[in-house]
Design a protein around this ligand. Sequence first.
Ligand code: BEZ
Ligand code: FE
Length: 298
Amino acid sequence: MKPATTGPVPDRPDALTAQVLDSLRGEDERLRELIAGIVTHLHAFVRETRPTEAEWLRAMDFLVRTGHACTDRRNEFILLADMLGLTSAVDEVNHVGPPTMTPSSVEGPFHSPAPPRPMGAWIAEGPERARGEAAVVHGRVTDCDGRPVPGAVLDIWQADDTGLYDSQDDEQPEGNLRALLTTGDDGSYWFRTVRPSSYPVPTDGPVGELLRALGRHPMRPAHIHLRVEADGHRPLTTHLFAAGDPYLDSDAAFAVKDALVAPFRPCADAGKRARFAMEGPFLEAGFDIRLVAEGETR
Ligand code: BEZ
Ligand code: FE
């Protein structure tokens, strides 16, 4: 497609931008700042790319359809922000801290209330338990200096071995592959599950259309979501990504960070098998979590 016009852009757009910025009023200073930023960048975008009126209307139609695709259980706008890396950008500017902290990562659309479970619980209670590869995930929750954090609550959720969450699959009981675990004195945690697999984000709406038009795949690398809360520490929402996954370098949600990637290794150690009460072969993934103390200024 050709841009609307060629040749030099007249002076008017700059004056127009200034006029719009000058019109911003109201008590809320932060709102004015945010809208001024959007106006400035979008006006610059228009001057730079010169959309035709037909292209502009097509964009408006896309946004309207994105809104119409939203329901109580699906937010197509959040998905759009995820697929454009905007959610990860917002995450990045909001979670700075010491270099030893566990990095945060996007929440995604599949969080729902998890059942409290005892430490070491099997969280795979659906058909995936017989079908998938058994795995033990374990680690310690500490502060950024390695001191254990007792009483930390881990909210864990993951898709099954075919890439489906309980909310997408009638075969899985509600609360499947979800857990709330509370750490003891040494900050340690562990649970038994099946290895997650990579899966596509929903592609049956306008965002799927956009991904196809842009020649992009919809896949997310295999992961487990964790949200960790502990008194005196900043809450952390993050992922554990499975090392070796073919989509680690091209996550559709741009949410992978190196420090969040851990291997699921086959474990043949009889002592560990007994300690984790595993009957057959299993994979082991270690994932320590370092929280930032409230008031931390590093
Ligand atoms: C997820 O991990 O569940 C997810 C994250 C971003 C977009 C879609 C799905
Ligand atoms: Fe997910």
